[in-house]
Design a protein around this ligand. Structure first.
Ligand code: NAD
Ligand code: UDP
Ligand code: UDP
Length: 338
């Protein structure tokens, strides 16, 4: 066990008996809801790596045990299979609330963003924990302001196909601010823009995972609509740095966390081709309803107040997810007896 264990003093660490980690900081007990997912598992790696205790709550909707299996023998790590829509009692210092049905297949009719957020805020209130909500750029809807600043209120269709996700996150932000103002809960709100990297869901239809998987499988990349819609793509380690910086600073937010580099889907396909396989091709498919035409974060607020900005460009980040995707695609094919 690390040397810090030996200085454990159950009287001095507040509610969770925090132990010193290195110089000048107590070990924290941290809950990460949705920690078996793509972003969550990278965040957990970071928190465990710096010496904290982490409890993951996940119902494995889209998350996978494989994302955390390398931590199972670590005494500072715990995994609970639980749906955050149901109440739970824990004693913790920080709550990173990421649990969310992130793909359209799962988010239709699902109350996680409302009921799950309410329960985690109730928990934060009861134990005096700090609560961070991972909201989304989708709260801006199909934006009439470009790039989007945190002050923009958004242009969201309340009854569309994606509304359960967009409006669910908007409600989650409202609940967080109400608990902050009404019950004094310390809250932090991040509005995350499109993020990619290893452990991303292979099959949830996001553009980066689709293009990379299609290229590895030697299938054409499916470009929806005319491919001129834009997005900005953030590498997952940049996001994790941003979430931790936000949790540990004094500002409630909301803060945009994203990479301001803006690409059309045709440009993205070009980069995938360049960095993964020069022989890759594209095919056009009809686009979905309510697809935002453009999206790009204005991150000046996070730069100024959190001293954070992304470091990894699309051309640097894409190659880092290829071997993970190749291995998982290979395993799938073997599973099918191919
Ligand atoms: P993900 O699907 O990989 O992770 C979500 C995790 O939440 C999964 O492990 C899933 O099993 C779990 N989960 C879902 N419903 C649950 C419930 N009711 N109880 C317990 N666990 C539950 O997605 P991700 O990309 O890692 O997203 C993490 C968070 O970041 C989400 O809140 C998402 O809305 C937000 N976000 C992500 C992006 C992105 O580009 N990845 C963009 C904007 C916002
Ligand atoms: N809650 C929870 N864990 C806790 C405290 C609360 O899951 O440690 C849930 C609780 O069951 C409720 C929600 O969080 O559904 C909101 O709790 P709060 O105390 O704010 O509201 P109340 O229970 O008074 O309606
Ligand atoms: N898209 C695409 N091909 C795909 C998947 C998505 O061209 O195989 C487009 C989609 O129409 C959208 C953009 O890529 O304009 C980003 O889609 P994604 O679902 O990844 O993210 P979001 O729309 O939530 O930003």
């Amino acid at each position: 066990s690390p040397p810090s264990m030996k200085t454990f003093n159950s009287g001095g660490g507040g509610r969770t008996g925090r132990v010193p980690v290195g110089i000048g900081r107590k070990r924290l007990r941290i809950v990460v809801t949705g920690g078996a997912g793509f972003v969550g598992s990278h965040l957990v790696d970071k928190l465990i790596g710096r010496g904290d205790e982490v409890i993951v709550i996940d119902n494995f909707f889209t998350g996978r045990k494989e994302n955390l299996v390398h931590l199972f023998s670590n005494p500072r790590f715990e995994l609970i299979r639980h749906d955050v829509v149901e109440p739970i009692l824990l004693e913790v210092d920080h709550i990173y609330h990421l649990a969310c049905p992130a793909s359209p297949v799962h988010y239709k009719y699902n109350p996680t963003n409302v009921m799950g957020t309410l329960n985690m805020l109730g928990l934060a209130k009861r134990v005096g924990a700090r609560f961070l909500l991972t909201s989304t750029s989708e709260v801006y809807g199909d934006p009439l302001e470009h790039p989007q600043k945190e002050t923009y209120w958004g242009n969201v269709n309340p009854i569309g196909e994606r509304s359960c996700y967009d409006e669910g996150k908007r409600t989650a932000e409202t609940l967080a601010m109400d608990y902050h103002r009404g019950a004094g809960v310390e809250v932090r709100i991040a509005r995350i823009f499109n993020t990619y990297g290893p452990r991303m869901c292979l099959d949830d239809g996001r553009v980066v995972s689709n293009f990379v998987a299609q290229t590895i499988r030697k299938h054409p990349m499916t470009v929806y609509g005319d491919g001129k819609q834009t997005r900005s793509f953030q590498y997952v380690s940049d996001l994790v740095e941003g979430l931790v910086a936000l949790m540990e600073n004094d500002h409630v937010g909301p803060f945009n966390l994203g990479n301001p580099g803006e690409f059309t889907m045709l440009e993205l396909a070009e980069v995938v081709k360049e960095v993964i396989d020069p022989s890759a091709t594209i095919e056009f498919k009809p686009n979905t309803a309510d697809d935002p035409h453009k999206r790009k974060p204005d991150i000046s607020k996070a730069k100024e107040l959190l001293n954070w900005e992304p470091k990894i460009s699309l051309r640097e980040g894409l190659p880092r997810m290829v071997s993970d995707f190749r291995n998982r695609i290979l395993n799938e094919d073997e599973g099918k007896g191919l």
